[in-house]
Structures are given as C-alpha cells and as structure tokens.
Design a protein around this ligand. Structure first.
Ligand code: HEM
Length: 391
C-alpha cells in the first residue's frame, strides 16, 4: 500500500509508488541519475516520449547565465526524484505545481538533458575562449530547407519519460521556474513504441516502416562510449570533459510518396529488408551487412561503410518519431527527430552526413529544423550543471 509517508522515504517510496502504478515496471528503478560524470538521457535507454525544447537566454551577463543553469539544475533535481507534489494552501497564490500529475511524481524514468548552442559562446558572456572547438551553428546541407523558427537556440532541453504527461509536466515546471532568464524558442514532441509488440519488434520502427537503431553504438559498452560519445579530457576546453556534442535534425518523411514506392525500391534505398531489418541478402536483423550485396548508394552503406577508416565516424543515434497532423496542403507531416551524440562533431555527424549528401533517400525526406548543441557534463561535484564552464 502506498501512503504519502512512503513517498517521503525517498527511493524506497519511489519504487513502492512505481510498483503501485505499474507492477510490470517495478524494476528496474524508474529514477534516472543525472548526478554522475554524464547527464541522463544519453547512455540511458530511450523512453517512449520526449520533447525537444530550444530556448534563448534573456540573460544579460554571466551571473544571469549562472542563474539560469542553477534554476534548471534545481528544478531537474526536484522533477526527476519521485515524491509528493506540493499542493499549496494560499488561495491568493497560484498553486505551486501545474497539477498534470496529481499528487505524486512516479519516476517514469524522467530525464532532462541540458545542452548549449554555439550562440552562448558569442561575446555576451565572455565565454568565447571556452567554446567546444567544433561547436558552430548548424550549417546548411544540400537537401535542407531549414525553417529559422524551428532551428538553433542558446539552450536545448531533451526531456524524456515513460509518459507524455510526465514530459509535459516537467517542461511546464521548468518554463515557469526559469521564465526570468529563458525564453522558449521552438519545441517538438517525439514518440517511440511504448513496448515491443513482439520480441522481433524490439527495435523501434521509424515512419518509413523500417527498424531504426539496429546498428548503433552499444550504450552499455563503457569503452566505446568513452571513445566515441563522451568528450575526453585534454582535447578541448577542460570544462567539456564528460559532455557530448548533440545533433538534433528535424527530418520530415514524405510518406505519401514513400507509400507509393515499391518495396524493392524502398529496401534498396535503405539497404535493409523492411520486415526483418536484415541487411539485403541476409536473413537476420543483426547479421553483418555484406557490402557486395548492397547498392552503392544504400543508406546504411554510406552511413557506415565499415572500413577501418570509418570506425572513427560511429555516432550514438537516439532519435524519435514525430507526427504533427497535416500541412497546409493536406499532406501528412511526420518523420524523424534525428538525434545523435558524439565526442567529435567533425569525426561523427559531419563526416557521416557528408557521405549521405545526395543519397537516394533524399527524394523522400526533407530536413526542416534542428541545431547543434553541446550536452553539458553531468553534475558530478559541481553545485549546478555548467558550473565549471562559468567559474
Ligand atoms: C529521415 C531520415 C532518416 C531515416 C528515415 C533513416 C533511417 C535509417 C534506417 C532504417 C537505418 C537502418 C537501421 C539501423 O541500422 O539502425 C539507418 C541506419 C543509420 N543511419 Fe539513418 N536515417 C535517416 C537519417 C540519418 C541521418 C541524418 C544520419 C546521420 C547523418 C543517419 C545515420 C545513420 C547511421 C550511422 C546508421 C547505421 C548504419 C550502420 O551502422 O549500418 N541517418 N537509418
């Protein structure tokens, strides 16, 4: 039986509540730790819902920027730990919480990952010398039609959780708390299958109907993560160690056109069989692709040629699907929120995208937003996220 008192008992209470809410999900714990060397939301398993929310800083000087990061850290600490939600008792004041979750936060694997855009390192805060070396505003690629209202920003929050309510609850709490220093710039909501319909469907499918995420860096392989995802000490301004370059690309899928394309053509474009996810000519999803059986311009062949020299270009993909109804011409507006994390933007995303430029898939996709950001190192022994950047 879950009581308000058990909620106050911290993690024990959190797990009791998680069990009461969803017995099947009682383990593993629904609380993601962001206090280690890395923020949560990168090496942690993707959850079914996420929102990507870009902000601009109203901050005028470094003290204001520190205030923004302090408030954010404080609010993340509050939001990510399950427990009772204050209801307030002053009828003259607005209630302290937006009420979306009722009286308790149930964990729901909420994570809030904070990243900074290149614009933070302009002349406003005297941080130019501390810019992560490869961080710039996202450049234009040949197939792009970027809407400036859906691109870039001083600060990006990736908020993800098991339910849409938990994501929106956290976003609203953060916006309310940080309103003096952060102005919302653009947002997009993403989703993945809540749980696999069958074991063969463990890899989520994207809006083109293909499994997406089959070949990826193993999040649990600490050595690979250290080599390819986390910025190592020494190569960059000292504060960046343990952080990661974050790429967000909003890529619309032209699904009406795709749905009128023969299966064999779809599979040649991707280089994989649609149903099984197996590389062309193979039978199992996780079989190693045989390059001799793939068209030269197949997406997976260009994205990862599997040559010794392309091993340094591996990236951690952690994308979401999105669907936003219809556009003004009555066409379905859905696609991919492509998200990748890498220790080097040049060796990672930029190198892969350079190989993909001009690929046949471009006829069916249109990038329209996103940006480059730098995911801050985890809290560690800092008072707030980003402290070592500002001190
Ligand atoms: C809407 C656009 C895109 C779609 C629909 C798409 C779809 C897919 C699919 C179905 C796979 C095969 C399954 C897998 O191994 O995960 C794949 C693999 C991959 N994609 Fe994409 N992708 C898109 C954009 C991108 C972009 C922009 C990049 C990076 C610049 C990228 C990089 C990769 C990589 C690195 C792989 C793994 C290749 C391998 O190791 O075999 N993709 N993508």
């Amino acid at each position: 039986m879950t009581t308000r008192r058990s909620l106050l008992l911290g993690l024990g209470g959190a797990l009791a509540l998680a069990e009461a809410v969803c017995p099947a999900r009682a383990a593993p714990p629904a609380v993601l730790d962001w206090r280690g060397p890395h923020q949560a939301g990168i090496a942690t398993p993707p959850t079914p819902f996420a929102i990507f929310a870009a902000f601009d800083l109203l901050a005028q000087d470094r003290a204001d920027l520190r205030e923004a990061l302090r408030l954010l850290s404080d609010e993340i600490a509050t939001q990510t730990v399950p427990g009772p939600i204050p209801q307030g008792d002053d009828p003259l004041m607005p209630p302290p919480d937006n009420g979306l979750l009722g009286e308790g936060r149930a964990g729901q694997r909420l994570s809030v990952t904070v990243s900074l855009g290149a614009s933070v390192f302009d002349d406003r805060f005297g941080l130019a010398a501390r810019r992560p070396r490869e961080l710039t505003a996202m450049e234009r690629f040949p197939n792009d039609a970027i809407d400036p209202d859906l691109a870039h920003g001083d600060l990006m929050l990736q908020i993800s959780a098991d339910t849409r309510e938990a994501v929106l609850h956290a976003l609203r709490a953060i916006v309310r708390r940080t309103g003096r220093v952060l102005v919302p710039r653009w947002q997009i909501e993403g989703f993945l299958p809540a749980r696999p319909a069958a074991p063969a469907e463990a890899t989520p499918r994207n809006m083109l109907g293909f499994k997406d995420g089959t070949s990826n860096i193993d999040r649990d392989d600490a050595a690979a993560m250290d080599r390819l995802v986390w910025v190592p000490p020494g190569s960059e301004p000292a504060w960046t160690a343990g952080g990661s370059y974050q790429v967000v690309r909003l890529i619309r899928n032209l699904v009406e056109r795709w749905d009128r394309t023969q299966l064999a053509a779809q599979e040649a474009i991707m280089g994989r069989h649609r149903l099984s996810g197996a590389p062309l000519g193979k039978t199992e999803e996780h079989d190693t692709p045989d390059m001799a059986l793939l068209p030269d311009k197949a997406h997976i062949r260009l994205a990862n040629p599997r040559q010794p020299e392309s091993a340094a270009n591996l990236i951690l993909r952690r994308g979401y699907n999105y669907a936003r109804g219809l556009d003004r011409a009555g066409r379905m507006d859905m696609g991919l929120i492509f998200v990748s994390y890498q220790a080097s933007l040049d060796a990672g995303f930029r190198a892969v995208q350079a190989r993909l430029n001009g690929e046949p898939l471009e006829e069916y996709v249109k990038p329209f937003g996103g940006g480059y950001f730098f995911a801050l190192p985890g809290l560690g022994s800092q008072d707030h996220l980003g402290q070592t950047l500002l001190d």
